[in-house]
Design a protein around this ligand. Structure first.
Ligand SMILES: Cc1cc2nc3c(=O)[nH]c(=O)nc-3n(C[C@H](O)[C@H](O)[C@H](O)COP(=O)(O)O)c2cc1C
Length: 353
């Protein structure tokens, strides 16, 4: 039987256990220069020390215009590499495999940072303003931005990158028929809507090498699971090494079910992906996995390959030790206090208990 303590190979890299830290942005840590601070280094070092096998550093902007807010981490220029190197060095000490999530907000752009741009002209956060539909040249420039950030990530010592392909940001906006109304090679069929992300994967593979891990945090439903799986197939064809499944923009699929007491509907998307992709590419699920019993259920029953942990390890990094060694831990209260949003106080009552 597979256990949460068992290693797993992703591309050519061995991850020492099945526990991965989900990307969780820390707005109050970075300044307007988008650089890593000592708070980031200590935050991630601690999660590595307590046993996360793989850590995916939070959503990191590939251009200054694609930030969530002015105090959002970046890798859009070379001066930002050094700080990231401090994170990877601190975490590699504990043998954590290090990925970084690369993102652009697209049509959900924060007007303080840049214009809303995306696959098509659609409603933005401000209903009076439509996004600007990207020209083919702008699409290629944006793909270059992702590539350049990935190259910087490699220079900073990351073992790979995770493309942010879910939660309604730019790569997801190309996938969703609600936000992608194009009728050129980047719109229409599943293959065309996946092209923006798939080409980024190919570009990164070519420049960063065969050993560099390329993960996509993909929408497990868009608008249904079957379509989302077909998009996953396109990423796999392009050379993706790892699919970390979360949610998308549209949710129209009555077949999605929770497994009461074990995992919720969001998590079930990863389980459905695993059913489909089993043995071909590692799959993770995420959302409200905050007891060791849930982790063990998902891994021991081979429902997914790895579990992605967000709030459980924000509340208490010792959650990993609770899974691996039955240590004591402080349980996430599932309260809205750490829900992300610029200006939200990420004060965790569990952490301060
Ligand atoms: C404070 C906070 C910040 C987050 N930041 C990101 C992020 O940078 N990128 C991302 O893909 N998801 C982000 N998420 C979503 C989490 O990765 C995760 O999918 C979600 O919290 C559900 O998992 P959980 O119940 O284990 O926390 C964030 C969530 C929280 C609570």
């Amino acid at each position: 039987m597979i256990s949460a303590n068992d290693p797993i190979k992703i591309n050519k890299t061995i991850v020492k256990n099945r526990l991965t830290m989900a990307p969780t942005v820390k707005f109050d840590y970075a300044g307007a220069d988008g650089k890593v601070t000592g708070k980031h280094i200590e935050h991630y070092r601690k999660r590595a020390e307590h046993g996360c096998g793989l850590i995916c550093v939070e959503a990191t902007a590939v251009t200054a215009g694609g930030r969530f807010a002015k105090n959002h981490l970046g890798l859009w220029e070379d001066e930002q590499i050094e700080g990231h190197r401090s994170i990877t060095e601190a975490c590699h000490e504990y043998k954590a495999v290090m990925l970084i999530q690369l993102n652009h907000t697209g049509i959900t752009a924060n007007p303080d940072c840049g214009p809303a741009i995306g696959p098509s002209a659609v409603e933005t956060r401000n209903p009076e303003i439509l996004s600007k539909a990207m020209s083919i040249e702008e699409i290629h420039d944006m793909q270059e931005n992702f590539l350049r950030s990935a190259i910087r990530a490699k220079k900073a010592g990351y073992d790979g990158v995770q493309l942010h392909g879910c939660h309604g940001y730019l790569i997801n906006q190309f996938i969703s028929k609600k936000t992608n109304l194009r009728n050129d090679e980047y719109g229409g069929s599943d293959e065309n809507r996946a092209r923006f992300g798939a080409e980024i994967i190919r570009m990164i593979r070519k420049e960063c090498g065969d050993d560099f891990i390329i993960s996509v945090r993909t929408a497990g439903i868009e608008p249904d699971v079957a379509t989302a799986i077909r998009i996953g197939e396109e990423y796999l064809k392009a050379g993706c090494d790892y699919l970390q499944v979360s949610t998308g923009i549209e949710w129209e699929d009555p077949s999605v079910k929770e497994d009461e007491g074990h995992y919720n509907k969001f998590c079930s998307l990863g389980v459905r992906f695993h059913d489909h992709f089993k043995g071909r590419i590692p799959i993770s699920c995420v959302n409200s996995i905050n007891t060791p019993e849930q982790v063990r259920y998902l891994i021991e029953n081979e429902l997914v390959d790895t579990v992605d942990l967000g709030r459980a390890v924000l509340a208490d990094p010792a959650f990993c030790e609770a899974v691996l060694d039955n240590a004591q831990y402080k349980k996430c209260f599932d309260c809205p206090r750490c829900q992300y949003g610029p200006g939200m106080p990420h004060k965790c009552p569990a952490k301060n208990r």
